[in-house]
Write a protein of this length. Structure first.
Length: 225
């Protein structure tokens, strides 16, 4: 019997690559996607993607979706409490492992592992220490398609919001920016690739600046509802 695993799912390329790696290995049963949502905004936390598109993405992947709702200014304590409540429910179903798309941030990994260990669970990190330039090129070579939905204006120009992740995008990134955006420089929404049963249709909406971040709003197409 395969071990059951939850996927920490942002909707972006790193979580998509992590899911793909595990699906290719065939050693785990993917139980559900686990996504934090800002309840007052009805959007994926940090990424700003609408819940309707998140749901369409899960349907296109053929996987269940479990949302964890957070307040707009959620503290670490709130995040940990709400996440723990959900994880304990899945633990009752025999789940002991959570899949993450983290690549090299040691403090983030240690934080996740600490929180999981407290309730007798563990993290799985299939992308850990992979070269990020090679990783994003493998992402493109596999046929994944993604669009930039959020950029940190401290390190990237607003013009990067709404761009497709492709070779030109990678070439245009400043040398100081990680090609996978691992330091939070940008976030993406994956809408097609080898893990999808069909592409997720959407249209580009407004480009909006909020504080130090610039977002490209994505609008669900009627066929994605």
């Amino acid at each position: 019997m395969k071990e059951k695993v939850l996927v920490s799912w942002s909707g972006g390329k790193d979580s998509a690559m992590a899911l793909w790696e595990v699906q290719k290995a065939g050693t785990y049963e993917i139980l559900t996607l686990l996504t934090t949502v800002t309840e007052a905004y009805d959007r994926v936390s940090m990424h700003g993607v609408r819940r309707t598109l998140l749901a369409a993405q899960a349907r296109a992947l053929g996987l269940p979706l479990q949302e964890v709702f957070l307040s707009p200014e959620a503290s670490n304590a709130e995040y940990e409490a709400r996440m723990e409540e959900v994880l304990l429910a899945y633990q009752e179903l025999g789940v002991r492992t959570v899949l993450f798309g983290d690549i090299f941030l040691e403090e983030i990994r240690q934080y996740r592992e600490r929180n999981l260990a407290r309730i007798g669970m563990r993290g799985l990190f299939p992308l850990w220490k992979r070269d990020t330039r090679e990783l994003v090129r493998a992402f493109l070579a596999a046929g994944f398609r993604a669009i930039i939905v959020c950029v940190d204006l401290k390190v990237l120009d607003a013009s990067f919001a709404g761009r497709m992740v492709d070779e030109q995008f990678l070439n245009d990134l400043p040398a100081s920016v990680d090609p996978c955006g691992e330091n939070g420089e940008f976030h993406s929404f994956v809408f097609d690739g080898p893990i999808f049963q069909r592409p997720v249709p959407f249209t580009k909406g407004e480009i909006v600046t909020r504080g130090e971040f610039c977002f490209c709003d994505l609008l669900p197409s009627p066929s994605s509802m």
